[in-house]
Design a protein around this ligand. Structure first.
Ligand code: OOB
Length: 565
């Protein structure tokens, strides 16, 4: 039985009214909505190219007028299908032009995208759909040897709220029965749409968090707060109508979406080029063909691109700036980027929960190479506190501590997560980022580690507990702990310690990795190495604290010859 879904705002921690008033008075929150963002781009830059890429139906190149007509037409079709204002819709799309069409259609309709990554699989999609009570899933058909449409149908079968699976596919013949093709929903755009007068202080979409617990968290972002970060990012990064931005990382990630990303480009009236794959071959080809001026990558990708320049025949001279973020960029790599790629480096330290820091174009080289930049807003409040101090006292200036933040585009709570919010946020509304940082005298942030139970695998975030839970579902496993170990290419990778059920044939590492993968989780979460042990190696800590155990095991794993398979 389908029960009536709760409204979108239920489970959202609002900004305190006096704080909201302050952000409005300061001019950060302007009352702009996502529909209004596209309206402004259409009015100022209608005939300029908005988006270039290759979708399921082949190469596409749309102006702002065309993107808007598509979004309006699709909004009408989705509305006819039964997607209503306030509905949550899981957007599970790779880097195809249709991504922007779908997202703006949902905004025009007043429905809320729930952003999933292309790497996600049925278990994650199901959780997002359940948690957000999504009424629809929008995805592609078969891609990268995986049938997204079939997986989405499986989720729809399991989650009451989900009534529609919409698939971007060339024709109905290419998709399983039971799904609706995007093409069949395109109408001739006519008249006003509900999203055109959305409340700017309402939630516009749900973004995905890297996660530190067994279940990922959803991040509710308002039109007001998010669009402030988009406009301010576009300004800091000097975007204009001549910007050609290459989306190499997944479009739905916060970095690609808004730092300044695809939305910053819409604000500036520039062009977004969606790369079907982040590899150097593909991206260098697009940089040359489209005259890309700006691209955003994670450190391992920056390293791969740096390496690939020596053998490429592509002309990369249009590339003015390369943004690197999502994980710490080693100074040695940072130093190579300018000279080798002929583009200026910008470090970006951000989080889907809000706060984003940039090095600035006029910063001296050592700041750009050695720091992760400083916040977008003069009203981003930064506190660096003594780790594990129950009173969270500030460290002495320049010392390393845990980063807390509050500001005009940082959330006050995760979506429908009251219990978790009680620890993830301070009583006065600071978000506990879980990052260890120090500040230089000018306020630039240097990330030096973390206190959170998360592994940053080349920018892809993995919650230790989530993967442990998958391993614990194996009938022959009694306990498991996931730790991060240093990796030359990724920065860190995952190592699993697994204790088998005594007296039974211990499962083999390869079988355990397959087991996790077959549970339908993103491939990047499958442990890189698995070590089956009788007991957790002696670490001097009891099992009372998972955090202490993981920290001690991480130390153990970092020692030479940890017996990997
Ligand atoms: C970005 O967002 P998320 O939500 O995937 O991950 C946030 C976390 C941060 O708390 C930090 O632990 C890590 O990723 N991180 C960095 C970093 N950028 C992110 N750690 C060290 N150096 C950096 N430059 O990753 C994200 C969101 C918007 C823009 C850029 C990245």
């Amino acid at each position: 039985m389908t029960t009536t879904a709760r409204p979108a705002e239920e489970g959202v921690v609002p900004y305190p009214p006096e704080v909201a008033e302050r952000y409005r008075a300061a001019g950060y929150w302007t009352g702009q909505t996502f529909a209004g963002l596209l309206d402004a781009a259409v009015a100022a830059h209608g005939t300029r190219t908005a988006v270039v890429g290759t979708g399921p139906s082949g190469p596409q190149r749309w102006t702002y007028d065309e993107l808007d007509a598509r979004a309006r037409g699709l909004a009408a079709g989705l509305g006819e299908l039964g997607v209503a204002p306030g509905d949550r819709v899981v957007v599970w799309l790779p880097n195809v032009p249709e991504y922007l069409e779908v997202v703006f259609a949902l905004f025009r309709l007043g429905a809320l995208p729930v952003f999933a990554l292309p790497a996600h699989r049925a278990s994650e999609i199901r959780y997002f759909a359940e948690h957000a009570e999504a009424t629809a899933i929008v995805t592609v058909g078969r891609r990268d040897r995986f049938d997204h449409a079939a997986a989405a149908l499986e989720v729809a079968g399991a989650v009451d709220a989900v009534r529609h699976v919409v698939v971007a596919a060339p024709s109905a013949g290419d998709v399983p029965s039971g799904v609706v093709t995007l093409g069949s929903l395109r109408r001739t755009p006519a008249g006003a749409l509900p999203g055109d007068d959305a409340d700017p202080s309402s939630i516009a979409f749900l973004q995905l968090s890297g996660g530190t617990t067994g279940l990922p968290k959803l991040i509710p972002r308002t039109h007001d707060d998010y669009l402030y970060s988009v406009r301010a990012s576009a300004e800091i990064c000097g975007l204009g109508p001549d910007t050609v931005y290459l989306a190499a990382l997944p479009a739905a990630h916060n970095f690609t979406m808004s730092s300044p990303g695809l939305l910053g480009v819409v604000h500036a009236g520039g062009t977004s080029v969606l790369a079907p794959s982040p590899d150097a071959d593909t991206c260098f080809g697009l940089i040359e063909a489209e005259g890309v001026t700006l691209a955003a990558v994670v450190p391992p990708l920056a390293a791969a691109w740096v390496q690939a320049t020596s053998s490429t025949s592509r002309d990369l001279s249009s590339l003015q700036e390369l943004q690197v973020g999502g994980a710490k960029c080693a100074a040695e790599l940072a130093r190579k980027i300018g000279p080798v790629l002929g583009a200026r480096l910008q470090q970006v330290f951000g989080m889907a929960e809000g706060l984003v820091n940039y090095t600035r174009a006029d910063d001296p080289d050592d700041i750009v190479v050695e720091t992760q930049g400083r916040p977008i807003s003069p009203d981003d409040e930064i506190r660096v506190v003594v780790p594990d101090d129950p009173e969270e006292r500030d460290v002495a200036p320049g010392e390393v501590g845990a980063l807390l933040t509050r500001g005009p585009y940082t959330i006050r709570g995760y979506y429908r997560a009251e219990e978790h919010n009680a620890t993830a946020f301070t009583a006065d509304g600071f978000y506990r980022t879980g990052d260890l940082v120090r500040l230089d005298p000018a306020g630039n942030i240097i990330v030096s580690g973390r206190v959170k139970e998360q592994i940053n695998r080349g920018g892809e975030k993995i919650a230790a507990e989530e993967v442990e839970n998958h391993l614990l579902a194996h009938p022959d496993v009694v306990d498991a702990a996931i730790v991060g170990v240093p990796d030359d290419f990724l920065g860190e990778r995952t190592h699993a310690y697994v204790i088998p059920v005594p007296g039974r044939e211990p499962p083999r590492p390869a079988a355990l990795r397959r087991f996790v993968r077959d549970r339908g989780v993103a491939a990047y979460k499958v442990p890189d190495t698995v070590e089956v042990v009788d007991a957790f190696p002696a670490t001097g800590v009891g099992k009372t604290s998972r955090r202490a155990l993981r920290a001690a095991l991480a130390d153990h794993a970092r020692r030479p010859t940890p017996g990997q398979h």
